[in-house]
Design a protein around this ligand. Structure first.
Ligand SMILES: C/C(=C\C(=O)O)C(=O)SCCNC(=O)CCNC(=O)[C@H](O)C(C)(C)COP(=O)(O)OP(=O)(O)OC[C@H]1O[C@@H](n2cnc3c(N)ncnc32)[C@H](O)[C@@H]1OP(=O)(O)O
Length: 356
């Protein structure tokens, strides 16, 4: 028999089993810990590709003199690449089966002096599993993940991530009726103050230093005003951003590189990895601030798909500024990434040390 004859081969394909990858919702139990096999070595190539393509062009990641001025011995790996490199190796075990990255919180950078050549090992613990009331074919799983330096065991980055994960067997649900009734059917991107009217005034900081953010908050205080502004740059999602960057971190989620499968999904196309979308928005934001160190991110949500050809812009609201160090202060931001139709695609809060 000729296996390479298309007609014959098609009937053979129909009769053979597919050796599947990934885990379904039923495979996760609360408290279970998974040591991810892949792990990787942080590379200069992937670091530069990530930071350049997401417009994270802060000189301290590119120039030795700027790195030394910021207290590093040499340019460290970019925190967004480090975070993605700690998420990529988890995908095969946690999310390769499909479903969407819904959000993440408690992102903490434990060591920002990490340089290319560092080997990373990653493990995750299942924090919770829940039924999706709106989607019977999915469950919702939250994991706590930590990436460590393989040589020293020192923690590098940790976070809690939530995904929709396909079930083997759909369950009976109320079709989301209870959630809709409970939350009033609110689909606004920024939870919490969706029913409030926007403030009368928006204040833009005069510059990119801690003092500029603190002064803008002072100006807005006791008035119907918010410190909030848009960033000029936008980045159109191309193949490098959508498929290459996640694959460079060993992220095997089909959503980012298998057009054939994704053609039948609700997006109809491959979708940008959430960490890439977020990194582009944060890159825009960092271009308008004198960042000293990243501290962490919380309440990150991915609101809708970003597909190739979409353009990602950034919007920032300044929530708080606290003088915590001689040379820098802690600023809390809310960042919103939005597309060419002005629809929010990502939101999250971020704390960073900003130079005085
Ligand atoms: C695969 C991958 C990485 C990886 O390999 O990992 C990626 O990078 S992929 C790219 C990034 N990603 C996206 O492109 C998704 C964009 N997004 C959407 O396209 C829509 O959001 C939706 C179609 C997914 C849902 O749409 P939607 O149904 O209108 O949304 P919601 O009703 O808000 O959420 C539905 C249910 O998820 C619950 N829920 C939401 N968020 C959280 C959270 N943070 N924590 C806990 N539960 C949460 C919610 O509580 C509801 O639960 P119920 O089903 O019980 O009501």
């Amino acid at each position: 028999m000729d296996y390479t004859d298309t007609e014959t081969f098609t009937t053979i394909l129909d009769r053979t089993e597919t050796r599947e990858k990934g885990n379904c919702f039923e495979d996760f139990t609360e408290g279970q810990t998974i040591a991810h096999a892949p792990g990787l070595t942080l590379s200069n190539y992937a670091n530069e590709l990530w930071a350049s393509q997401t417009l994270n062009h802060d000189p301290m990641y590119w120039r030795t003199d700027a790195a030394r001025e910021a207290g590093f011995e040499e340019p460290p790996v970019h925190p967004d690449y480090l975070l993605a490199a700690v998420m990529g190796p988890t995908v095969e075990d946690l999310s390769e089966k499909g479903g969407y990255f819904l959000g993440r919180t408690n992102v903490r950078y434990h060591d920002q002096t990490v340089t290319p050549g560092t080997e990373v090992r990653v493990s995750s613990t299942v924090e919770s599993t829940a039924t999706s009331s709106s989607r019977p074919e999915y469950g919702i799983v939250t994991w706590e993940t930590e990436g460590v330096d393989a040589e020293t065991g020192d923690p590098l980055v940790s976070y809690e991530r939530t995904n929709m994960i396909p079930r083997r067997e759909p369950v009976a649900t109320d079709g989301g009726e209870s959630a809709t009734a409970a939350d009033g059917g609110d689909t606004d991107a920024t939870d919490g103050d969706a029913d409030d009217a926007p403030p009368e005034e928006f204040v833009t900081p005069d510059g990119d230093r801690f003092g500029d953010f603190a002064a803008a908050l002072d100006e807005a205080e006791d008035r119907d005003a918010a410190v909030a502004y848009r960033h000029e740059r936008g980045r159109t999602m191309d193949d490098v951003l959508v498929a290459t960057l996640p694959l460079m971190t060993l992220n095997t989620a089909k959503q980012h590189h298998n057009v054939d499968v994704m053609a039948d999904s609700p997006s109809g196309d491959i979708v940008a990895y959430g960490d890439v979308t977020r990194s582009v928005a944060l890159g825009h934001a960092r271009s308008d601030e004198a960042t000293y160190r990243e501290l962490g991110c919380d309440d990150e949500r991915f609101h809708t798909f970003v597909t190739p050809g979409d353009t990602v812009y950034g919007f920032t609201r300044v929530l708080d500024a606290e003088a915590t160090h001689d040379h820098a202060g802690t600023v809390t931001f809310e960042h919103i990434a939005f597309n060419q139709h002005d629809a929010p695609v990502y939101s999250g809060t971020r704390r960073a040390l900003i130079q005085q």
